[in-house]
Design a protein around this ligand. Structure first.
Ligand code: ACO
Ligand code: LMR
Length: 604
């Protein structure tokens, strides 16, 4: 790979460092990237599923994951890891990512990773052919394509330093601060940079000068390179060798800072851990001299660096190697931005026609579309287009549970309320409020417990014992009037549908073995309509390819009971309208139907 990043590069950002991520996204927006440069955030201790960020004046959601493995599995295209873990954790995070694979480069910001660990980590990365930027760095940038976190500073500084679009210089520094300084100097004296890396200030960093310069030598966008070395270490000599051998042919301008060190006694340690000369060959002065000797452009002092850059740039421009750059049009990030209070991911009413999960209502509403209420539910509840067997199953469930006569808890409540003179909606709600663990609302519980038992390979007896210990009747088992002798034909209908159209029904098959045991104890302990629905929905989702985690989430959030709620609303409304049509008077319960057992209250 001759280029470090391109306009499609996406990263996984380890740590929810909101300011740094927002800076990346502001950069993306400014340069009109199509996709955000951060595809996922790893936040091990967060319970949130996403973090909102501004995208220009608008907002986008970036998914949050608990581990790098989860993030990588969900966003496999993200091949850069931005490791913003602390120095205590950064090593483990990097090693995990290297073992996982799929990352082209890993940037490590932490300063102070123990040197022994850093050396092992860097060697392992080299073995895996992963470019490590850092530790102890602000990162790297390919202007106009991808920028890591805070490199280049604010957007206005970035534009002033021409870091918003590709120039022709390849810049490698150790320090992040001097990287910014140099970008500015290059913008003033030349046409900006094509690729820039601050390799980091620790003694043992992953990619060293030569790795980056060799890549830049092979990168056609880079026409010349600038190397800003410093006192300490011998990495500059590898560059000298590459120039000598002809491996690097593009012009290099270089300067090692720290020439002042000679005015101090030996052993002066500058800001970076690596910035200390242990031998004469590690002094800045010695290295500058050695570089000049092989034809590298070395100024006489740091102050002369701009002039040398300008000279090399002008020469390459005159030779036609560097062409003039057309300045791209940029987006402007608004100064005032307001975060949105609500999020909607299912429907959109802003266009000419409102949509259900991206489908205009007219494309699903009328009979000629061939779509039914099952399709509408799959779009609005699950944001997916389910196959016909699944939408037909959903519709079968709704039709099956629409009503079960006036005597059941909910219908009774709705009727009493209607007779008290209340409206359709008020009466409906009182009916709906009875839906719960005993009546109609055992679907979630049935799915949860039967799935648990099946997942844990509990045989029916073990399952019954387990439920006994839990102290709850098995949701989905038992009925007041239905039994082996008086079978519930709704259940038979649902089972028949599933056996005919489902690819497989493993959970139903298991539930039927449980039913055999419960009905052997008492004949009304059948698999009831709630149980059948809950269990078959799990079989449906498994067949549709949902993960166990996603299915558990559906169950936990009460999705399954919602099928009963929607279906039975039809019946409740029917009963309410029936009461109104019949103009029934207020209901009073017959007193002889109540056991009165009221004692005089004891005086305390
Ligand atoms: N699991 C285990 N044992 C049960 C279950 C069950 N789900 N339901 C009843 N039993 C047992 C009771 O423990 C009791 O045992 P015992 O005689 O040894 O004391 C016996 O069966 C009778 O219990 P009741 O509560 O009197 O049974 P009833 O027939 O009145 O209950 C009900 C019916 C409420 C549906 C009950 O079976 C139950 O709670 N089931 C679980 C919840 C459920 O699935 N509800 C949805 C029903 S379908 C619908 O509403 C659309
Ligand atoms: C229903 O669907 O409402 C029932 O199964 C409950 C009942 O008692 O009939």
């Amino acid at each position: 790979m001759s280029k470090l990043f391109n306009r499609n590069t996406q990263a996984i950002f380890w740590n929810n460092n909101k300011t740094a991520i927002q800076r990346m996204l502001d950069y993306d927006y400014t340069i009109k990237r199509e996709t955000p440069s951060v595809a996922a955030i790893v936040a091990p201790t967060s319970g949130n599923k996403f973090e909102k960020f501004f995208w220009g004046g608008d907002e986008i959601m970036i998914p949050l994951y608990k581990s790098t493995a989860e993030a990588k599995a969900a966003q496999p295209q993200a091949d850069v890891l931005l490791n913003f873990a602390s120095f205590r954790t950064a090593y483990d995070v990097t090693m995990e990512a290297l073992n996982l694979g799929g990352f082209r480069s890993i940037m490590i910001t932490a300063e102070g990773i123990p040197e022994r660990l850093a050396r092992g980590m860097n060697a392992f990365a080299r073995e895996k052919q992963v470019t490590v930027i850092g530790p102890a760095t602000v990162g790297a940038i390919v202007p106009g394509a991808f920028k890591i976190a805070n490199i280049g500073g604010t957007i206005s500084n970035i534009i002033n330093s021409k870091l918003h679009r590709a120039g022709s210089c390849g810049l490698v520094t150790r320090s992040g601060g001097l990287f910014n300084e140099l970008s500015n100097i290059i913008a003033i004296n030349a046409d900006g940079i094509a690729e820039g890396v601050a390799i980091g200030g620790d003694r043992f960093v992953g990619s060293v000068f030569i790795d980056n310069l060799l890549r830049m030598e092979d990168n056609p966008d880079v026409k010349y390179m600038i190397l800003l070395g410093e006192v300490g270490g011998t990495e500059e000599y590898k560059v000298i060798e590459a120039v000598k051998s002809g491996r690097i042919k593009k012009p290099i301008i270089a300067w090692c800072i720290g020439t002042i060190a000679k005015y101090y006694d030996s052993g002066v340690q500058f800001g970076h851990a690596g910035a200390s000369a242990n031998a004469e060959t590690e002094t800045a002065e010695y290295k500058n001299k050695a570089m000049a000797e092989v034809g590298i452009h070395v100024p006489s002092s740091f102050n002369d660096l701009p002039e040398v850059i300008n000279g090399v740039y002008k020469e390459l421009h005159a030779e036609g190697i560097i062409k003039n750059i057309a300045e791209p049009e940029l987006n402007v990030v608004p100064n005032v931005r307001r975060p949105k209070q609500f999020i909607c991911t299912i429907s959109d009413d802003r266009g000419d026609e409102a949509t259900y999960a991206g489908f205009p209502i007219s494309s699903v509403a009328t009979p000629d579309t061939g779509k039914g209420i099952g399709d509408v539910i799959s779009l609005l509840w699950f944001k997916k287009q389910y196959p016909e067997w699944a939408t037909q199953f959903i519709e079968t469930v709704l039709k099956t549970v629409a009503d079960h006569g006036p005597a059941v808890s909910g219908a009774h409540n709705a009727k009493v309320t209607a007779r008290a003179g209340k409206s359709v909606v008020e009466s409906l709600v009182t009916g709906l409020l009875t839906i719960g663990p005993r009546f109609g609302g055992a679907i979630d519980g049935a799915a949860k417990y039967f799935k648990y038992a099946d997942d844990h390979h509990l045989d029916p007896k073990a399952f019954l014992n387990y439920m006994k210990k839990e102290g709850v009747p098995i949701p989905g088992i038992g009925h007041r009037i239905k039994s082996l002798k008086n079978p519930d034909l709704r259940v038979e209908g649902l089972k028949k549908f599933a056996q005919e159209y489902f690819p497989a029904t493993p959970l139903l098959d298991y539930a039927l073995t449980v039913e055999q045991l419960t009905t052997s104890k008492k004949e009304n302990l059948i698999l009831n309509v709630d149980g059948t629905i809950g269990i078959l929905m799990v079989d449906m989702w498994r067949a549709l390819g949902y993960s166990e985690e996603e299915i558990n989430e559906f169950i936990e959030s009460g999705t399954l009971n919602a099928f009963f709620i929607v279906g039975r609303s039809i019946g409740f409304i029917g009963h309410v309208l029936d009461e109104k049509r019949l103009a029934m008077p207020m209901y009073r319960h017959p007193m002889d139907d109540i056991l009165y057992d009221v004692q005089e209250a004891e005086k305390l």
